[in-house]
Ligand binder design. Sequence first.
Ligand SMILES: [Fe+2]
Length: 115
Amino acid sequence: MPTDTEIAHSSPWAPDDIVATAITDDERLWVPMGEGFWVRPLMFDTAHGAWANVLRTETSGVISRHRHACPVHGYVVDGSWHYLEHDWVAEPGSYVYEPAGDTHTLVIDDPGLHG
Ligand SMILES: [Fe+2]
């Protein structure tokens, strides 16, 4: 019977262990996504259809109503934000889960570190 490690690495396209500096001042590693909005890709698991990135904003604002085909897990490093559709506020240390298919409108109240 294969071990958990053997299963996790069963595809040649599955990533190996990764240890990286997630939040960096090296601007070459941040991909511009819009005015004052970047992502820092951390991992692409093409074998299982998953990826991880850090989202950075420079200003308050709105990411228009959207939904994802797969679940989204988030952890707030700094700043604060909320959804128009819910009554809670995500703050530093918050874990956020967006179920697959959930429609939401993200409002960035405080951009935090780089704002
Ligand atoms: Fe979302």
